[in-house]
Design a protein around this ligand. Structure first.
Ligand SMILES: Cc1cc2nc3c(=O)[nH]c(=O)nc-3n(C[C@H](O)[C@H](O)[C@H](O)COP(=O)(O)OP(=O)(O)OC[C@H]3O[C@@H](n4cnc5c(N)ncnc54)[C@H](O)[C@@H]3O)c2cc1C
Length: 513
């Protein structure tokens, strides 16, 4: 962090300065975006209507691509430690939770994969948010709780956000850009006049978070989700011991309000679904959620942008709603930072919609297909995201590729404590990735910088000094590199161009922003 940034942040903490970006919503997407923007050197304030973080676990499946993003932020170990052990990541089916005839999938093989250094993990959303929040504060993000955004107004140079607080009056917050990460009912989206299209109310569930001694009941057949036959919904394991969530499908026309107001009724629902009429149940809270399959017409109106559920609502039957939002944050962060630095024209922000909206639409289609059919989770689905290209995703199993728009292939590395994967070489910056040290590439990079006076894009060899591939030749094979070819890689790890050789460096200036 530069001295200027530190001074500016200190001013911001005192409320005097105007941050680069105001993020509305301290959910998983708002907090991830805040961390990524900080990694790109932007000042950020996060405004959250509640007095603290959410306590109700919704998402639990953090997929491989999201874990790669968190790896880049240095948070993978903490998130993995907060998750379920990998051997619990399987599904059970039975008449009740205690049903002795329940079936359960085989213990999954180790989640190590040749495709990623960071396989997915089952970590409940509240635990994830807490890791992200601590990291965000440490990175200098100001998170203001009890700050409900009620209006957003745009001016040529910035935005103004009206804030309502339960405890005190609050002056409007001004920023250069605002990103609505405020969930499905987004106020920011409404303020921007952006409409949603798609299907609403596919189903409604009452989600009951409770504590009960159920560890012995499931001992030896622990699973991540326990689906119940007869339309009774299912249990989600938080720790497969005392912390649980029961998802009760609400009958048509029932909004769940009466049940929520009656702790005895909630306890009875849990006992019936568990098949244990005497079970001691401590209900902690409950929420009603609606299954929608909708997407915003655009993710941008001027200085107002959308990410996460504010932009797309995905049926959870596929486990990708949050994961696709984390991908939004990764792409938006570098594009917004480039515009804020003055390195790119605002038009770059239109690329954000063009690249990410098709991915959101495809994930909705895949997840809607799962609903009513067999519940399926493909941990590696989003590794195949193809930005700016049709189709943006392929439902086939992931296969590495060096095509433009794809994320660079993972190849395991050794000999460099800072890089165990090719993905670790990206570090939120533009770079040219080549197979091995090549003086011609480095000379060309130095020469192109000397011509226009700009810092050159670093040329990074996969094999360099002590650093080498665990399986020599893997990167060239997986990326399909011809002799002497290099990949121009964006700060989000996606391939912007294939460069035939060092001479092609002269042509990249207008692509690198
Ligand atoms: C049962 C269930 C299971 C799921 N499982 C998975 C899964 O396994 N994997 C997966 O990827 N996804 C899953 N999802 C989806 C996932 O929960 C959502 O996609 C995710 O929560 C979206 O995050 P977000 O940050 O965009 O929005 P949210 O989590 O909704 O957060 C929005 C935040 O904005 C705040 N806010 C709202 N309005 C305002 C305002 N006006 N001013 C200030 N703050 C405001 C809210 O209080 C909230 O904190 C599941 C969802 C459900 C319901």
């Amino acid at each position: 962090m530069t001295e200027l940034m530190i001074a500016r942040d200190a001013e911001l903490a005192g409320g005097a300065a105007e941050p680069d970006v105001a993020i509305v919503g301290a959910g998983p997407i708002g907090l991830t975006l805040a961390l990524l923007l900080r990694a790109h050197g932007c000042s950020v304030v996060v405004l959250e209507r509640h007095e603290g973080l959410s306590t109700h676990p919704k998402a639990r499946g953090i997929s491989a691509r999201s874990m790669e993003t968190f790896r880049g932020l240095g948070l993978e170990p903490q998130i993995r430690a907060a998750g379920l052990p990998p051997e619990h990541v399987r599904f059970s089916r039975g008449d009740t939770l205690a049903d002795p005839a329940s079936t359960v999938g085989a213990v999954p093989p180790t989640r190590r994969s040749a495709h990623t250094p960071s396989p997915g993990v089952l970590c409940s959303q509240d635990a994830l948010e807490s890791v992200l929040f601590d990291a965000a504060r440490e990175a200098g993000v100001e998170v203001r709780f009890d700050s409900r955004v009620t209006e957003v107004t745009q001016a040529p140079a910035g935005v103004s956000l009206a804030i309502e607080r339960a405890t005190a009056a609050q002056a409007p917050v001004r920023a250069r850009y605002v990103v609505g990460c405020d969930g499905a009912g987004s106020t920011v989206r409404r303020a921007a006049g952006i409409a949603l299209q798609g299907e609403r109310d596919l189903a409604r569930f009452l989600s009951i978070r409770f504590r009960a001694e159920l560890g012995e009941t499931v001992r030896g057949r622990e699973a991540a989700s326990y689906f119940l036959t007869g339309g009774k919904g299912g249990f989600l394991a938080i720790d497969n011991d005392t912390r649980w969530v029961y998802q009760y499908p609400l009958p048509a026309g029932n909004d769940g309000a009466a049940l929520q107001a009656d702790p005895g009724a909630l306890t009875s629902l849990v006992r019936a679904a568990a098949g244990l009429p005497e079970l001691a149940v401590q209900v902690q809270d409950s929420m009603v959620w609606r299954m929608d399959a909708r997407i915003a017409d655009t993710y941008r109106n001027g200085r107002i942008l959308l990410a996460g559920d504010a932009a797309h609502q995905t049926p959870p039957t596929g486990g990708h709603g949050m994961n696709v939002g984390i991908g939004d944050a990764e792409t938006l962060s570098w594009q917004l930072a480039a515009v804020l630095r003055g390195d790119a024209d605002e038009v770059l922000l239109d690329k954000y919609t063009a690249e990410r909206r098709p991915v959101g639409a495809e994930v909705i289609a895949i997840s809607s297909g799962n609903y009513g059919a067999r519940y399926g989770i493909d941990d590696e689905l989003l590794l195949g995201t193809h930005l700016g290209v049709t189709p943006p995703l392929n439902a086939d199993p992931y296969a590495p590729s060096g095509a433009i728009g794809r994320r660079i292939p993972h190849v395991a590395l050794t000999g460099d404590p800072a890089a165990a994967s090719t993905l670790d070489l990206v570090r939120h910056r533009w770079l040219v990735l080549i197979d091995r040290h090549d003086p011609a590439w480095h000379a060309a990079a130095a020469a192109s910088a000397a011509v226009d006076g700009r810092a050159s894009v670093p040329v990074v060899p996969v094999t360099s000094g002590a650093r080498c591939e665990v399986e020599p030749g893997s990167f060239t094979t997986r990326a399909g590199l011809a002799h002497g070819e290099g990949l121009l890689v964006r700060p989000d790890g996606h391939i912007a161009a294939r460069l035939a050789g060092p001479a092609a460096l002269d042509t990249i200036a207008e692509r690198v922003v």
